[in-house]
Design a protein around this ligand. Structure first.
Ligand code: BG6
Ligand code: MG
Length: 215
């Protein structure tokens, strides 16, 4: 195997919660009279809740006191969590669950590396509460992506050197975080930038990448 471990981002990689983040931010932004679209949403991928709020406020040229920012972020999170409550294991794409199983059967250690503080809830709703060998998330870190902290912690929890880990990401901030941590990265989707080690169109391509059969 080319990699001993794979560290997956969660939102937009394992499941489509990136769309729920967008819906919730859009509703909050509408309330402030700030128009956001998919290109702004792409800038929110991978970064922390408060950093996302700052990007939206900057887009609208709006300045608010810290207290009000905390209130808005909490309000967005409440709405986001109410959207998450609709999720069931049927929201885990079949291709993702089959690929995860194939990677595990090949002897690869599997971890989550997500900026989200809602990671555990999402994994439970998808029926993946006990699946991963390690979970590193927004509650355990001080610096969000593009800082490598969340991925380095995942590698540490797995006991695997960074150079033997592959990161899977849908966000440019996440691809940069992987590189900063000395890890290769596979990018999914249109918002990953130019620095990916691999670009993948289908999640199942990870099986060939992990085996060293794809460059
Ligand atoms: C990342 C998302 O996974 O988590 C970001 O890509 C989000 O869009 C961040 O802001 C923090 O998520 P949460 O659930 O803690 O608000
Ligand atoms: Mg993501």
């Amino acid at each position: 195997m080319k990699y001993q471990a794979i560290i997956f981002d969660l939102d937009g990689v394992i499941c489509h919660t990136d769309q729920y983040h967008y819906q919730a931010w859009k509703q909050m932004a509408d309330g402030l009279g700030i128009a956001i679209d998919e290109s702004i949403n792409d800038q929110l991928r991978g970064v922390s809740r408060m950093a996302s709020l700052e990007i939206i406020l900057k887009e609208g040229g709006v300045q608010l006191p810290e207290e009000e920012k905390q209130r808005l972020a909490a309000q967005k999170n409440e709405l986001y969590r109410s959207l998450l409550m609709q999720m069931t294991p049927a929201d885990l794409p079949v291709e993702v669950s089959e690929t995860l199983q194939a990677l595990r059967d090949a002897g690869i250690r599997l971890a989550i590396g997500s900026s989200s503080k809602n990671t555990v809830m999402i994994l439970e709703r998808l029926g993946l509460g006990d699946f991963f060998d390690a979970v590193s998330d927004g509650n355990q870190i001080t610096h969000s992506k593009p800082d490598p902290e969340v991925f380095l912690l995942a590698a540490d929890l797995l006991g695997v050197p960074a150079k033997d880990c592959l990161v899977v990401e849908d966000a440019e901030a996440g691809i940069r975080a992987a590189a900063a941590g000395g890890m290769d990265a596979a990018g999914i989707g249109a918002a990953v930038g130019d620095a990916c080690t691999y670009r993948i169109g289908r999640f199942s391509e990870l099986v060939q990448i992990a085996a060293g059969d794809k460059s």
